[in-house]
Design a protein around this ligand. Structure first.
Ligand SMILES: *[C@@H]1O[C@H](CO)[C@@H](O)[C@H](O)[C@H]1NC(C)=O
Length: 193
């Protein structure tokens, strides 16, 4: 009885998650906002991967973007065949944190409800061929307004590195993209206020 009460109280206290998705989101990749469900309209948010393939030792840039600005999200790389989380996020930006599913750095969520239009990660695939990998998750604009489960395009195993530049040049391209977005946001904040 007391336990039921306590669990109920906890549920009320943490029914929205300003500091990141709870561990229970590891499986269904939704925010678990009490009494809510995902939007059925097309998602204004995209999960983007900068390659169609993964190779051992390579790293990929994974982005979540869209507008209006979103406050919270969860993203995880998954095997298409088994649905198991796979790969490692090796670099994550400010205002995000790992959601340790299976105790691995295989998922990322927001660490505070800062509005953002883009967030980018460096992700390293598994060293062996695990078939197709898809990034899945959800993006929330408010407690009751969220889209999921979103999916990236599938990426396939390839023994050789993808053409189209080294990781470092792809990275600096995406840093430039971020810089451009930041400048645009900075200018538009002057226009608005
Ligand atoms: C996100 O993008 C929209 C539309 O481009 C812009 O109006 C808004 O200010 C941006 N929000 C943030 C937090 O940068």
């Amino acid at each position: 009885m007391l336990v039921v009460y306590f669990v109920g109280l906890l549920t009320v206290l943490v029914e929205s998650y300003p500091t990141g998705a709870p561990p229970s989101s590891c499986d269904n990749l939704l925010p678990h906002h009490h009494g809510t469900s995902p939007q059925e309209t097309p998602s204004p948010y995209t999960f983007y991967v900068d390659s169609n393939t993964y190779t051992p030792q390579s790293s990929l840039v994974v982005s979540v973007f869209g507008s209006p600005a979103f406050l919270s999200f969860i993203i995880q790389g998954r095997r298409s065949d088994t649905g198991a989380p796979v790969g490692t996020f090796v670099k994550i930006p400010a205002n995000t944190k790992y959601l340790l599913c299976d105790n691995q750095r295989n998922s990322v969520t927001h660490s505070n409800p800062t509005p953002r239009n883009i967030t980018q990660f460096i992700w390293v695939p598994p060293t062996e061929n695990v078939g197709e990998i898809i990034f899945k998750g959800s993006v929330a604009r408010s407690k009751s307004l969220y889209w999921g489960v979103l999916e990236s395009k599938p990426i396939k195993y390839s023994k050789t590195a993808p053409t189209g530049g080294s990781n470092s040049s792809r990275l600096s391209n995406s840093s430039l993209l971020s810089l451009f977005i930041i400048i645009t946001m900075f200018i538009s904040s002057f226009l608005i206020f």
